[in-house]
Design a protein around this ligand. Structure first.
Ligand code: ADP
Ligand code: ASP
Ligand code: MG
Length: 815
């Protein structure tokens, strides 16, 4: 025999009740007559509680009573044949009249005891179980409505009564024996004390009713039918990537549900565990899905933990003082006091110095707990051996759970790394000695971010999601979006990475979408749905959204965004940029950026600052971190200048080459901006700093390409005139090179902490002799690469390769 329990949503609508009937018909057809336990229709227990509390305050409950009536009557009208409806209406009406009398009593007396409240809410389960039994009777004539309050016996702790399992099991077995020809539809949640007063088993308690029946009858299984595919790795309302777990041990299910996984009520596991009856959580709306089996052994899975659960609202009480040190029995006194007064302690931590104890309780209990402690420890407080207890509010608990954690070192490291990286401050930590559970207390506003970050960290076989805020929609920005769109599927399938662009801004407009902006239509969306751009707001929105694995991408060349990098790092957000300005301003700024990023555990990637997508910054970093010593760096890092000298041969004049380079769009509008070498200088500066040198821009020896008269010409036109005048200067240079069989190159050098850039003639033996087009080249001479330097060469400009470099940096964030 099986026990099937259907939760509120499974009896909440005509559609779900039809689903329930299908499930029963199938079992019936196989010769089974399970015991069916039912919750109140969804929302009804809350409504009844509200009605009782309103009545106590003198507020009318009539409208709510009507709502309750029509909710049940509507189901009768749709699911019971007209000729059979009357007796059902009559019985429901009897229940509702009793309820009305009760509430009227509460209203008259303005008094609501826990006992009366239990009686009021018991009507939810009575009405639904009766109603379902009558609907079922049309298919299974032997259906019978059962008031479980007569069979489950508890103490008198109304609202959350403790079950006398022995007594209850006896009554249940007796009853079932007498009714074994019936198909039973049983109320969940409700019970009674020794004097026959109705009690309830705590919110969510219908699950428990099913387990009590299952254990009493040594059922083959207890099936909990609900609205999700089983116990999931996390609360699906908070973590979109949560997925169903096939197997859990009783302990794991208990820990997960104790720490907030609402899908099953924690005490449910106890009777099932004692009688080794498996619990299966199934979805009424997806009955063919296998669901979750809760049994004796925890199944082996590829993940070190089973799930992550959380309690939304928790308060923490801190107790400290010298009176606690070495005083045996202090915590005994404290916690037995709380237990006597029915205050549930969710979690406890004590510092090893014994100077303080921190414990968590439900917010509704916090003030009472504080007052109780103040009374109990009055003497200690007066003698200043104890500080007054302090309540901290607006906190949440996050717990990771799994039996396999025991055998796997590094679990807490992984947890704290994920939290730390995302800037989540941990207020208190507790690990059960069973090692099935590690719990942390964090601020409530961080909970959603923490759950998602921790879920990503532990379930690594799943996609990791990067949340990106991208500035700049010029050539590089828009190329990046196109590349991301093209690579989306590949990244998901091969790198387990999902990149969501949450915000886009250019200088005119900005756009946000928490679900990710669709990359095949970002232009239209930005144009149609964008708001006026505002950098400050763009950044503060990004900070407020508080998303895990967050990255700020700066694809601009302006100074303004770089001023915000520090505070972006301080909010634990990584930065990826092709913008050179931040790294090439003062050394102090350069250093502060790195220190801040490191302190907050986030990344600062800027591969494209030097040589676009060529692996130059990364190569230098790898050489340094692997202990190699840089002897010399030589480089050509200006594509424009490269192009000009590569084409300055034969009969063409220098003037002609510069003109044609400009016509091809290879130069800035004023070609001197390239030919002055400042951009090249910035790249050398960044390399020197990354190479470990404290150096400022003024210290770089920047040799000129152009004669003084060209540089000082007041306009571009006059510059070209001066360039013509300088023909013989450049021709002499070309002649000299030709005579010596050499090539003219503008080369940056770093040696002994000195950086210089100058025109040079290099011979055939030099690696820079054969350079074509606008290629960049860099050679690293190091302790390891002393005889033959390590050379990186290739196209060092263009939006395609630059965006590609930004893309690669992005994928490496948090790797
Ligand atoms: P029922 O009315 O069937 O008893 P509940 O509302 O009590 O259903 O529990 C089911 C709900 O629990 C789900 O809809 C889901 O939103 C929530 N929930 C929270 N944590 C989890 C989890 N880890 N796995 C599955 N569901 C969860
Ligand atoms: N109806 C009760 C509640 O809402 C019991 C249950 O649904 O399990 O808490
Ligand atoms: Mg429930």
């Amino acid at each position: 025999m099986k026990v099937l329990k259907f939760g509120g949503t499974s009896v909440g609508s005509v559609e779900s009740i039809n689903g329930l009937l299908e499930i029963l018909k199938q079992q019936y057809a196989q010769g089974e007559k399970p015991i069916v336990v039912l919750s109140a229709m969804s929302g009804v227990t809350n409504l009844l509680t509200q009605m009782a509390e309103d009545a106590e305050k003198g507020i009318s409950f009539n409208a709510a009573l009507k709502e309750l009536e029509s909710k049940h009557f509507a189901v009768v009208k749709q699911l019971i044949q007209i000729k059979n409806q009357n007796p059902v209406f009559t019985q429901l009406k009897i229940f509702l009249n009793e309820l009305e009398d009760l509430l009227q009593g509460v209203l008259n007396l303005r008094e609501l005891s826990l006992q009366s409240k239990d009686l009021v809410v018991s009507y939810g389960e009575r009405c639904s179980a009766f109603l379902i039994s009558k609907i079922a009777e049309q298919y299974f004539p032997e259906s019978l409505f059962v008031e479980a309050s007569l069979l489950i016996k508890t103490d008198s702790n109304f609202g959350n009564a403790r079950v006398d399992l022995q007594k209850s099991e006896l009554l249940i077995r007796q009853f079932i024996q007498e009714h074994n020809h019936h198909f039973l539809f049983v109320t969940g949640f409700i019970a009674s004390n020794d004097s026959g007063r109705v009690t309830t088993l705590g919110r969510g308690g219908s699950d428990y009713t099913a387990a009590i029946f299952g254990a009493a009858l040594q059922a083959e299984a207890i099936e909990i039918w609900t609205d999700v595919d089983g116990m999931l790795t996390a609360d699906p309302r908070m973590v979109k990537k949560a997925f169903p777990l096939p197997i859990l041990s009783y302990t794991e299910a208990m820990e997960l549900s104790y720490f907030g996984a609402k899908v099953i009520y924690p005490p449910t596991m106890i009777p099932a565990f004692m009688k080794k009856v498996p619990i299966i959580i199934k979805n009424t709306f997806n009955p063919s899905f296998p669901g979750t089996v809760i049994q004796y052994d925890s199944g082996k899975t590829k993940f070190p933990i089973k799930g992550i659960s959380s309690i939304n609202a928790i308060s923490v009480i801190n107790l400290s003082g010298s009176g606690m040190i070495g005083k045996a029995g202090f915590s005994g006194r404290l916690f037995s006091l709380l237990a006597r007064k029915q205050i549930n302690v969710v979690l406890i931590t004590q510092s090893s110095s014994e100077h303080s104890i921190t414990f968590a309780v439900h917010p509704a209990d916090a003030l009472r707990a504080k007052l109780l402690i103040e009374t109990e420890f009055e003497l200690e407080l007066l003698a200043k051996k104890l500080e007054a207890p302090v309540i901290e509010e607006e906190l949440s608990v996050l717990a990771i759970v799994g039996e396999n954690m025991k055998q796997t070192p590094g679990m807490s490291g992984k947890l704290f790394h994920a939290l730390g990286r995302n800037g989540i401050n941990v207020r208190a930590i507790a690990q059960g000695s069973s090692e099935y559970n590690i719990s942390v207390i964090i601020s409530h506003e961080d909970l959603s971010k923490a759950l998602n970050a921790v879920h990503d960290a532990f379930f690594t076989a799943l996609k990791k999601t990067l949340h990106v805020f991208s500035l700049g929609t010029g050539n590089i920005g828009s190329t990046l979006f196109r590349q991301l769109l093209e690579q989306q599927d590949f990244l998901r399938d091969h790198n387990d990475i999902q990149i969501k662009i949450i915000g886009i801004s250019n200088s005119r407009q900005m756009l946000f979408n928490g679900e990710g902006i669709t990359l095949d239509s970002w232009q239209e969306e930005l144009a149609n749905k964008g708001e006026p751009a505002n950098l400050e707001q763009f950044i503060s929105r990004m900070q407020k959204l508080n998303l895990p694995n967050c990255v700020f991408v700066d694809n601009t060349a302006s100074t303004e965004p770089t001023k915000h990098y520090l505070k972006i790092f301080e909010s634990n957000i990584s930065v990826v940029t092709c913008n050179k300005i931040a790294n090439s301003s003062s050394y102090e700024q350069y250093k502060r950026l790195r220190d801040t990023a490191r302190k907050h555990g986030v990344d600062f990637y800027y591969e494209t600052n030097v040589g676009a997508g060529l692996p130059i910054v990364r190569t230098l970093k790898d050489l340094m971190t692997s202990g190699d010593r840089i002897i010399r760096i030589e480089a050509i890092l200006s594509g424009t200048i490269s192009y000009i000298f590569n084409n300055f041969n034969g009969d063409t004049s220098f003037y002609d080459v510069v003109k044609s380079a400009q016509a091809l769009g290879y130069t800035e509008p004023d070609p001197r901006d390239d030919l002055r070498g400042t951009d090249f200088m910035r790249k050398m500066l960044i390399l020197a700093r990354d190479g470990g040198h404290t150096i400022e821009a003024e210290e770089v020896k920047l040799g000129a390409i152009l004669p003084e008269a060209c540089l000082s010409a007041p306009s571009v036109e006059e510059f070209y005139q001066e360039l013509k005048n300088a023909d013989s200067y450049f021709n002499n240079l070309k002649e000299k090179a030709k005579l010596e069989n050499k090539a003219i190159r503008y080369i940056g050098k770093m040696e002994d902490g000195q950086v210089s850039i100058a025109l040079e003639l290099v011979g055939e033996e030099h690696p820079f002799y054969n350079l074509s087009g606008s290629d960049n080249i860099i050679s690293f001479t190091t302790e390891r690469y002393k005889d033959r330097p390590l050379v990186v060469k290739g196209p060092g400009a263009g939006s395609e390769v630059t965006a590609g470099g930004v893309f690669a940096d992005l994928v490496n964030v948090g790797a």
